[in-house]
Design a protein. Structure first.
Length: 130
């Protein structure tokens, strides 16, 4: 019985830590998704004008244009570039991959919540065994 009690104590600590960190991270990932919207793939036309690179794209029923940022200009050549646009705001586009912040927060939230759920089940073992 001593081993089962120790296992339940470890499970309870893991459930408090895992669920205490995992559930807020999952909520934060959901809030980021709600604010940003989904990132949709697009093609961006890259042109050179007055010595700087300009990106043009069509999204949301309208044409958009902005100067490429330093790191984007290094990866984009004159021509076409793959990019993503926010579904909530078609004027927000990025050359390359979408930001990974939401994906990292979601993954950490799933891992912590999973550990917390397993810890919760383990902490309930003494109640189920008696």
């Amino acid at each position: 019985m001593q081993v089962l009690d120790t296992l339940a104590l470890v499970g309870e600590v893991l459930s408090w830590v895992g669920l205490g960190i995992g559930l807020p991270l999952l909520l934060l990932a959901f809030l980021i998704r709600t604010v940003e919207g989904a990132w949709l793939p697009i093609e961006i036309a890259v042109i050179e004008r007055e010595g700087s690179l300009i990106g043009r794209w069509f999204a949301g029923g309208d044409f958009h244009e902005r100067a490429l940022r330093g790191h984007e200009a290094a990866t984009a050549d004159d021509g076409w570039a793959d990019g993503v646009v926010s579904a909530n705001s078609p004027a927000r586009a990025r050359v390359g991959e979408p930001p990974h912040t939401r994906r990292v927060i979601l993954t950490l939230g799933i891992v912590f919540a999973g550990v917390g759920f397993v810890g919760l089940v383990v902490s309930l073992l003494p109640l189920l065994m008696s």
